[in-house]
Design a protein around this ligand. Sequence first.
Ligand SMILES: Nc1ncnc2c1ncn2[C@@H]1O[C@H](COP(=O)(O)OP(=O)(O)OP(=O)(O)O)[C@@H](O)[C@H]1O
Length: 279
Amino acid sequence: MIEVEGLIKRYGKRTALDGVDLSAKPGEVLAVLGPNGAGKTSLVEILEGYRPRDGGRVRVLGTDPARPTRAWRGRIGVLPQTTSVDPQLTVGEAVGLFSRLYRDPWPTGELLDRLRLADAVDRRAGVLSGGRQRRLDLALALAGRPEVLFLDEPTTGFDPEARRDTWNVVRDVAAGGCTVLLTTHYLEEAAELADRVVVVVGGRIVADGDPATLGGHLDAETTIRYRRPDGAPAVIRTRAPSAALLAVLREGEELGELSVTRPTLEDAYLSLVGSRHAA
Ligand SMILES: Nc1ncnc2c1ncn2[C@@H]1O[C@H](COP(=O)(O)OP(=O)(O)OP(=O)(O)O)[C@@H](O)[C@H]1O
């Protein structure tokens, strides 16, 4: 669905993408993470056909986005980082207008229901709250039932409930076979949604793997924490958590506040980005 090899993007003397390789299969949800200025938006907008590249091979649904056709555009959905909806249009008008561009659109009423915007159908886009405006943007991205969906920071500024709602929509769309590529600053969002996480730092991919361990980039120690009977805290870091736990239990201790935690995506991300920044 997405194939990228040796992608280069320059702005004057500055190299924003420096030999990026990437691929995504049908129904896969891929999260692109990275600090500000890492090159995420450049990458996504090249794949969407909105920015030219300076080198490398790129195909989305078999087409080079540098030469987009109308038919190809009809098969991809785009949620840009900032809204592009005319603030004077009502929600119903905006979705209706977009739907007419596609051969087999998602029925407007159904789409608005799914995004919890049905009660706002007659409200102007410009007066919606930030979260609802973003959901309207998502409705427009989904209007054509895309095969590949690009989401640039889809839930920035959302409250937790709206974020969970949006995650469910994205999960449903992916379960229907749509490939989703999203950029996000929320590690929780990547951990919840993505089958694969790609970390970009300084225009290069520094890790590509599953969200639990980032493909083994993380030092996979487990932390066991508990309180001894005298109230003193104990912390054990180990690669063999079952054996360590058994050894403690054999001592006959009552383990207060026992917790066993695996490293999180955040740990992996921070260690990757931190070490690169320090380098
Ligand atoms: N139109 C442009 N002209 C010049 N430099 C640009 C342009 N767009 C991006 N850059 C530079 O290229 C680098 C990558 O920018 P890009 O917006 O792709 O990063 P990003 O990871 O999306 O950042 P953010 O998370 O802040 O959106 C940055 O150093 C940025 O300053």
